[in-house]
Design a binder for this molecule. Structure first.
Ligand code: ADP
Ligand code: MG
Length: 698
């Protein structure tokens, strides 16, 4: 067995579980050992039952003194076990859905395990109800006698992201079999470089510790160790790319002819804000300089980034070049396409939409692709599809990446490869600290839209109950306005008691909103269906759009004045802010209503912040402050390469350190052929082959 061995050969996994694991991107042994826990449950402390006073997670240990089952309704039953540890008793509750027409005993396994007088460890949320202590059990372990050493308790318990057909135990047991030997095979680039030794651990130890740490501190140290290696690789690649780039001359040249820009401005229905004018000026200056532009346009949701982008696009078009604007979703691409068409009506500019659904048929491909290749099409609006090999350009001089936080360094690099040292403009509503953006994206200038278009009334945000929210919604509809209602899931899931878009859409359209026109939008729909729904909503054919977070980015329907976010506690601040930005886009007063029954402190705090500010920059910084230690926050949502352990926000110092080390290494050994750099070379060329593309492009 080695790192590239297929996981199906690990004992206890087999083909079926292997296929489920592949949904978590775990295909071989290496993927498995670097699939780190999302968080850890602290099961080091066993609490005396009599000491349980708060409604929160506890571990308890005691003797089973009584068990019984109860029917709660037609479809729901409960198995209860009374546990005593001498200090008091607690009732362990196991709820199960039952089929009233079946004789199958859903509690058979529990009954067999929970024998009177045996001992059990329990983990779950404890509650005091009518002076009785209860625990909703999330995990338990029966042990032989009072002194047996438990497997899953008295330790930090790793929690992994799961998928259907895979349990925490599946992952832990597979790891226990292979981790020790296999972690030792993982290439180490930190401790090989004697000089860069820090207080961090060697990689093999870091990998092992991340799965089975003795303390949270140890886990954090291990995380940083692995993270440093990840950052170092990225920085080495970026540093090399930058070196190559600096010697590259600019090939595209522009002059402002006003042939298109002026008529565009004349038919625009509004004046640019001061901030927009400033940003356009900065962009034009970059484009006309003798170095390719690398600029980030930051502006809160609704600040009007699109027309700034369009101005840059038209400068390129005036000069006979092609431009591409890449958006993270088909809905957004379609929307830009329609906006552009609309704003450029009557002007001699050819625009084309390049998305996978628009390129589905041969006929469409034959229509669209050759026109891009021969230069007939001036503006290409699309999704990732723009980056595909089959899309060839004649003279792409400007690439715009919208909602950059959804993309990674790699997509940016790939987009660049389509042009001849093109100018790049990235746009984002999720500001990241400038220093950090520079360390990741390289030298970069920033324009900020710090002003919203005039006559916008700030969005009012409230935390309300669902019923009151619906009353307000009906009032808004009465006024001719439109409503979004957002749910975290598409379909009902029996694991979580969350309301889902599909079921609620059906229910609401028959009850509260039976006199209104209700539409449904979610990510599992076909692109064409999605677009149809969006266009109809924009044309006011629906009053209410019930949706999942697919509407998060960029959707622009100025007549929508209220967004109701269900289970609002499920989202991070950045997402809530993006969702809220779907309203308040016209001159009408708009509302954001957060519906949540969350009891946790942080959830409440987060929602509180939302009700007190609409400033995206402030929200972003609060978001950072609220991240607790030991929490692995997804880098995905920031669009950076997905680090397994690194956190681009928390680890700024580590990234900066990695950058210094990278420059040092590259300066001494540009081609990475020195023996001490062989592991680096190997990792970049094999495991991180995606990354090495950046070097080729740069
Ligand atoms: P974002 O920065 O979130 O991408 P958009 O570019 O979608 O924002 O702009 C939001 C809305 O504001 C759009 O309907 C757009 O037409 C409008 N808008 C943009 N600039 C101005 C302006 N200077 N005056 C009035 N409305 C504007
Ligand atoms: Mg936008």
């Amino acid at each position: 067995m080695n790192l590239s061995t297929d996981i199906k050969y690990i004992k206890g996994i087999g083909p079926k579980r292997a296929s489920a694991l592949s949904k978590l991107s775990i295909k071989n042994v290496e993927d498995l050992i670097t699939f780190f826990p999302r968080t850890y449950q602290d099961r080091t402390r066993i609490t005396k039952i009599s000491n349980i006073i708060f409604n929160q997670h506890y571990c308890v240990f005691g003797k089973i003194i009584n068990t019984y089952t109860k029917k709660l309704s037609m479809n729901l039953s409960i198995f209860c076990a009374e546990i005593s540890d001498g200090s008091g008793t607690i009732t362990a509750n196991f709820f199960r859905k039952v089929n009233p027409y079946s004789n199958f005993d859903i509690f058979a396994t529990l009954k067999a395990s929970f024998k009177i007088n045996s001992f059990v460890y329990l983990y779950g949320i404890c509650e005091l109800k009518f002076r009785q202590r209860q625990i909703s059990v999330e995990d338990y372990e029966i042990v032989e006698n009072e002194n047996s050493v438990p497997e899953q308790f008295n330790k930090l318990f790793p929690v992994y992201d799961l998928t259907a057909g895979i349990t925490q135990k599946n992952i832990s047991s597979a790891l226990k079999l292979v981790l020790n030997d296999m972690a030792n095979l993982y290439p180490d680039i930190i401790s090989n470089n004697e000089k860069y030794k820090t207080k961090l651990m060697p990689i093999s130890k870091a990998i092992k510790t991340l799965h089975f740490p003795n303390s949270l501190q140890e886990a954090e140290l291990a995380r940083q160790s692995f993270a440093l290696q990840e950052f170092l690789l990225l920085q080495i690649v970026l540093t090399k790319a930058k070196q190559k780039n600096e010697t590259k001359p600019k090939v595209n040249h522009y002059t402002i002819t006003k042939k298109i820009l002026t008529p565009f401005k004349n038919q625009l229905k509004f004046e640019f804000t001061r901030a927009q004018k400033r940003a356009i000026k900065e962009i034009f200056k970059d484009m006309m300089s003798n170095k390719a532009m690398n600029r980030m346009l930051m502006g809160d949701v609704g600040s009007g980034k699109t027309v700034v982008a369009l101005s840059a696009i038209l400068l390129a078009v005036e000069n006979g070049y092609q431009t591409a604007i890449v958006a993270p979703t088909e809905i957004l691409a379609e929307q830009h396409y329609l906006t552009f068409k609309n704003m450029l009506k009557g002007l001699n500019v050819n625009i084309e939409l390049v998305t996978s659904s628009n390129l589905k048929t041969k006929k469409k491909q034959n229509e669209i692709l050759p026109a891009i290749e021969d230069g007939t099409t001036n503006i290409i609006v699309g999704t990732h599809s723009v980056i595909e090999d089959r899309v060839k350009f004649k003279n792409l001089s400007l690439v715009i990446i919208d909602e950059q936080h959804r993309f990674g360094v790699l997509q940016k690099a790939n987009a660049l490869a389509k042009g001849n040292n093109p100018d790049v403009l990235m746009m984002t509503a999720t500001p990241i600290p400038r220093g950090l953006a520079m360390t990741i994206y390289g030298e970069m200038s920033v324009s900020i839209l710090d002003e919203l278009p005039p006559n916008r009334t700030p969005i009012q945000t409230y935390c309300l109950s669902e019923n009151i929210a619906y009353d307000y919604a009906l009032e808004e509809i009465e006024k001719g306005n439109q409503i979004y209602i957002v749910y975290p899931l598409v379909d009902e899931s029996d694991k979580m008691e969350l309301k889902s878009a599909t079921q609620e859409a059906e229910k609401l359209s028959q009850t509260v909103f039976k006199n209104n026109k209700v539409a449904l939008l979610h990510g599992k729909m076909k692109a064409k269906e999605k677009n149809d729904v969006m266009i109809k909503f924009k044309n006011k054919e629906f009053d209410i759009l019930i949706s999942t977070t697919v509407i998060e980015v960029g959707i622009d329907v100025p007549n929508a004045t209220m967004i109701i976010i269900q289970h609002a506690d499920r989202y991070g601040l950045a997402t809530l802010h993006q969702l809220r930005g779907r309203v308040g886009r016209g001159q009408k007063k708009s509302y954001c209503i957060l519906v949540s029954d969350a009891k946790g402190q942080t959830a409440k705090q987060r929602l509180q912040i939302m009700t007190t500010t609409t400033d995206g920059f402030k929200i972003a910084s609060e978001d950072l402050k609220m991240r607790g230690p030991g929490e692995f926050t997804g880098t995905m949502q920031h669009g950076f390469p997905e680090f397994k352990a690194g956190d681009i926000i928390k680890d700024v110092k580590l990234i900066e350190y990695a950058k210094q080390v990278a420059v040092d290494i590259i300066t001494k050994d540009t081609e990475l052929c020195a023996p001490e750099n062989s592991n680096i070379n190997y990792l970049i060329n094999n495991k991180y082959s995606q990354l090495s593309k950046i070097i080729q492009v740069g």
